[in-house]
Design a protein around this ligand. Sequence first.
Ligand code: SAM
Length: 261
Amino acid sequence: TSFGFKEVREEEKSQMVGNVFSSVASNYDLMNDVMSAGLHRLWKDRLVSKLNPFPGMRHLDVAGGTGDVAFRILETINSVDHRALQDVLEDNLHEDTQIYVCDINPNMLNVGKKRAQERGLENHQSLVWVEGDAEALSFEDDSMDGYTIAFGIRNVTHIEKVLAEAHRVLKSGGRFLCLELSHVEVPVFKQLYDYYSFSVIPAIGELVAGDRESYQYLVESIRRFPSQDKFASMIADAGFQKVEYENLVGGVVAVHSGWKF
Ligand code: SAM
């Protein structure tokens, strides 16, 4: 397979993503920290703070294998002052909170389950691990208060299908939030970032994970992903309203948001 700058055909793409994440799963946490200099933690914090999780919510985190986003949502809900909320949320007690972690790759889900175990959350009734495809979700229409996807939509075969499914499963009033590596437009910073992604990332991939090609592929997938504005218009086309995005670190990542009404 040629990784170069050539287009990757669709069938190849899904197969390659499977390979990438199987080979990457065990090194996943370490690589995230090394490549982003720990920043991915802050980006995920930002995503969850925008979500504004609440006790009793039904939330779906797609491509969430590592549990990174789900654990943050749970922690945020646990930190809410329940006494203050008890009156308004009588029928919505904390125990009803459901956070579904959906991922297509069982290896990634196992990484997440192992990490849940390390945190003493393996039997937590709010966490539900589901193997499934973002393009064809097994959840019912109008069943979720929130939907998140962090560093996941870039690698799917049909972005439109993922957005349509997100819109389908959300309740009216539910929010879609997507955290993704995006496009830097600030001139000098862009050149530095290009150098970092084309030269440094594959080298780190080789050094830390012993796998240059997978990381080269990841860098290319960032280039091919639609611009912030284009992606925002795709979200609107899927039926979402009040679509907006926030760039972090000059567009290295962006958080896109939309509401279903
Ligand atoms: N959300 C986690 C995080 O931010 O740490 C994991 C992100 S990881 C880069 C991308 C994940 O997307 C992988 O776990 C992969 O298995 C999953 N994935 C890829 N294609 C998918 C699809 N069609 N449906 C569901 N998950 C998918």
